[in-house]
Design a protein around this ligand. Structure first.
Ligand SMILES: Cc1cc2nc3c(=O)[nH]c(=O)nc-3n(C[C@H](O)[C@H](O)[C@H](O)COP(=O)(O)OP(=O)(O)OC[C@H]3O[C@@H](n4cnc5c(N)ncnc54)[C@H](O)[C@@H]3O)c2cc1C
Length: 508
C-alpha cells in the first residue's frame, strides 16, 4: 500500500532534481489533476503532479459532495452530458470507489409552495433520471426507482418538514460522497501507487508546453523541470497558469447545520427556489452529525481568493428558502459554519460568460500548455481520460489505452489489500473502506479507536494515519482536508490540542 509521507516527498523532490526524463507534468492537485495523474501513470507514462498547497485545496473540497446522474442537464436538453454523468456515477459506485459513495434519497415535499403543475414537472424529471440510470446500466438494487411516497413516509425521511397540508413527497436516488477531499486523497495515493510522483506544497510557475519552474513552498528552493507535455488542471486559477485562459468565477455557498436541529434526516430535503423552475435548495445529511444546506450561484469577479467566503445575503437566502418547507424555521443561531467554492465560467471577453460547469473543455494554449477547465467531480475520470488523450496526441507519447474505468482506488473492496472491517466503527469504514483495518493496525497512538474529542467520531488512529499514509504535512491538512472537522470552528478548537500532539509526533 502506497504511503504518502513528508519523507517520501523529500526523496521525490531530490530525485526530480537529478533531471530524470518526464512524459507529463500535471499542475493542480484537485480532483481533475489527481485524476489526470492517475490516468497517465496507469497508461505507463512517467508523470509528475504538483499542487501548490495540499490535495483538494481548491474547489474540490467545497462541492455539494454529490455524485450525480445528470438529471439537471436534461432540463437544458443536454442529453449527452447527462448520459456521461450517469455513466461516471455508475463507474464510481460499482467499480472504482464504491467505498466512498453511498446511495442518497432526495425527497421533494409536496407542500402548497409546490403547485401541482410544478410537482408534475419534478416527477417527470425524476422518471427521466431513472431512464438515464437504466441507460448507464446502474442496477436498481443500488439506486432504487424514483417514486411518490406518503406524507407519513416523507416525514420519516425528513422529520423537520411541516405536516400542514403535506400531500406526500417525491423521492429519487443519487450518489453521495462521504467527502470530496477524501476522493482526491484516494486518487493521489492511487496515482502514486501506479508510479506517478505526486507532490504537495510545490507551485508551478513560468509554465509552458515543455516544462515549468517548480518552487518548494517549504524550503523556497526552485528547480526547472522539462516534460514532453504539460497539463494545467488548476481549476479557477487556470488563467494564472496559462494567461490565454480567461475565467470569471461564480460562487456557490453551503451552510453547515447540526443534523439534530433537523431531526436527523436520512434524505436530502429539496425545496424549489421561488420563481425558478430549475433551481432548488437542498439540505443533505452528512458525516459528523451534520447537514449541509446549499446552494447559491453568485457572480464573483476580481482576484481569486485562496478560500472564498459566504456573503451575508447568501446565508439569508438559503435559510429563507429551506424554511418554506419546515415546521420550525431555522435561524442564524442554527448555522454552525459556512463554506463556499468557485465555479469556473469562461469569460468570452465581451461581457458574456460560458458555463463550463456542465461539460468540461480541453484547450491547447499558444505556449503549448493543455488546459482542462470546468466539468464536475462526478465526471473527473472521463475528463482525465480526455486530457491525457490530448497530451498523448499533441506530444506523440507512447502510451497504453486508458485503464481507469476498472481501476479501483485505494480502499475499494475489490482490491486484494482490502481487509475485513467487521467490528470497526462504521464512520471509520465510511471514510477508509477496505483500509480501515490498516488505519487501526498501523497506529502507534494510545487509544487508537477513541474519538479525537467528545462527540466527534474521528478516531485518534485516523489523525495519525493522515500523516503517516495520506500526505498530511500539518494540522490544517488534517482538520480541513483529511477530515472535515474544520468546517465547524467550534469543533476544530475542541480537537486542536490533541491533533497538534499526534501530528507533531507522527511527523517526527
Ligand atoms: C459550490 C460547488 C458545488 C459543487 N458541487 C458538485 C457536486 O455536488 N458534484 C459534482 O460532481 N461536482 C460539483 N461541483 C463541481 C466540482 O466541485 C468541480 O468541478 C471540481 O472540484 C473542480 O476540480 P479541479 O481539480 O478542476 O479544480 P480545483 O479543485 O480547484 O483544483 C485546482 C488546484 O490547482 C492548484 N493550483 C493552482 N495553481 C497552481 C500552480 N501554479 N501550481 C500548482 N498548483 C496550482 C490549486 O491549489 C488547486 O488545489 C461543484 C462546484 C462548486 C463550485
Amino acid at each position: 500500500m502506497t504511503a504518502l509521507t513528508a519523507a517520501r516527498r523529500r526523496q521525490d523532490l531530490d530525485a526530480l532534481a537529478t533531471g530524470a526524463p518526464i512524459d507529463l507534468l500535471v499542475v493542480g492537485g484537485g480532483v481533475t489533476g489527481t485524476g489526470a495523474a492517475l490516468d497517465a501513470a496507469s497508461r505507463g507514462l512517467r508523470v509528475v503532479l504538483v499542487e501548490s498547497h495540499d490535495w483538494a485545496f481548491g474547489t474540490s473540497r467545497w462541492s455539494s459532495k454529490l455524485v450525480h446522474g445528470g438529471l439537471r442537464y436534461l432540463a437544458s436538453g443536454r442529453v449527452g452530458v447527462a448520459h456521461e454523468s450517469a455513466v461516471e456515477r455508475g463507474v464510481l459506485m460499482t467499480s472504482t470507489a464504491p467505498h466512498l459513495v453511498r446511495p442518497l434519497a432526495t425527497v421533494v415535499p409536496l407542500l402548497p409552495n409546490l403547485p401541482r403543475h410544478r410537482a408534475a414537472l419534478v416527477r417527470a424529471g425524476f422518471t427521466a433520471g431513472d431512464v438515464l440510470r437504466v441507460a448507464a446500466h446502474t442496477p436498481r438494487t443500488l439506486l432504487p426507482r424514483a417514486r411518490y411516497v406518503s406524507a407519513e413516509r416523507t416525514h420519516e425521511l425528513a422529520p423537520p418538514v411541516s405536516r400542514q397540508n403535506l400531500r406526500g413527497g417525491l423521492v429519487a436516488w443519487d450518489g453521495q460522497l462521504i467527502d470530496d477531499a477524501r476522493l482526491v486523497v484516494a486518487l493521489a495515493r492511487t496515482a502514486a501507487e501506479q508510479g506517478a510522483t505526486v507532490l504537495t506544497r510545490v507551485r508551478a510557475s513560468e509554465v509552458t508546453g515543455d516544462g515549468a519552474l517548480l518552487t518548494d513552498a517549504l524550503t523556497g528552493q526552485s528547480m526547472r523541470i522539462n516534460a514532453r507535455a504539460v497539463v494545467s488542471a488548476a481549476g479557477v486559477w487556470a488563467g494564472e497558469v496559462d494567461p490565454s485562459v480567461r475565467l470569471r468565477p461564480s460562487r456557490g455557498t453551503h451552510l453547515v447545520l447540526d443534523a439534530a436541529a433537523l431531526g436527523n434526516p436520512t434524505a436530502s430535503i429539496t425545496v424549489p427556489v421561488p420563481g425558478s423552475i430549475s433551481r432548488f435548495v437542498f439540505a443533505m445529511p452528512e458525516q459528523l452529525g451534520r447537514v449541509y444546506l446549499g446552494l447559491t450561484d453568485e457572480d464573483a469577479p476580481g482576484p481569486i481568493p485562496d478560500e472564498p467566503a459566504a456573503a451575508e445575503h447568501e446565508i439569508d437566502f438559503l435559510l429563507a428558502t429551506i424554511n418554506q418547507a419546515l415546521a420550525r424555521p431555522l435561524t442564524r443561531t442554527d448555522v454552525l459554519g459556512t463554506y463556499s467554492g468557485l465555479r469556473p465560467l469562461v469569460d468570452a471577453g465581451d461581457g458574456s460568460t460560458a458555463d463550463v460547469s456542465r461539460k468540461h473543455v480541453v484547450s491547447l494554449g499558444p505556449d503549448g500548455v493543455i488546459s482542462i477547465i470546468g466539468g464536475k467531480l462526478t465526471t473527473y475520470r472521463r475528463m482525465a481520460e480526455d486530457v491525457v488523450d490530448k497530451a498523448i496526441a499533441v506530444a506523440g507519447l507512447d502510451a497504453e489505452p486508458c485503464r481507469t474505468r476498472t481501476l479501483p482506488l485505494v480502499g475499494a473492496p475489490s482490491r486484494p489489500d482490502s481487509a475485513d472491517t467487521t467490528g470497526l466503527p462504521s464512520s471509520l469504514v465510511a471514510r477508509h473502506g477496505g483500509l480501515a483495518r490498516e488505519v487501526v493496525e498501523s497506529a502507534t497512538v494510545s487509544d487508537p479507536l477513541a474519538p479525537i474529542a467528545h462527540g466527534i467520531d474521528v478516531t485518534r488512529a485516523e489523525i495519525e494515519y493522515a500523516v503517516t499514509h495520506e500526505g498530511a504535512l500539518g494540522v490544517a491538512d488534517v482538520l480541513d482536508r483529511r477530515t472535515r472537522i474544520g468546517l465547524v470552528h467550534r469543533d476544530a478548537d475542541a480537537v486542536r490540542p490533541a491533533v497538534e500532539q499526534i501530528v507533531a509526533a507522527s511527523l517526527n
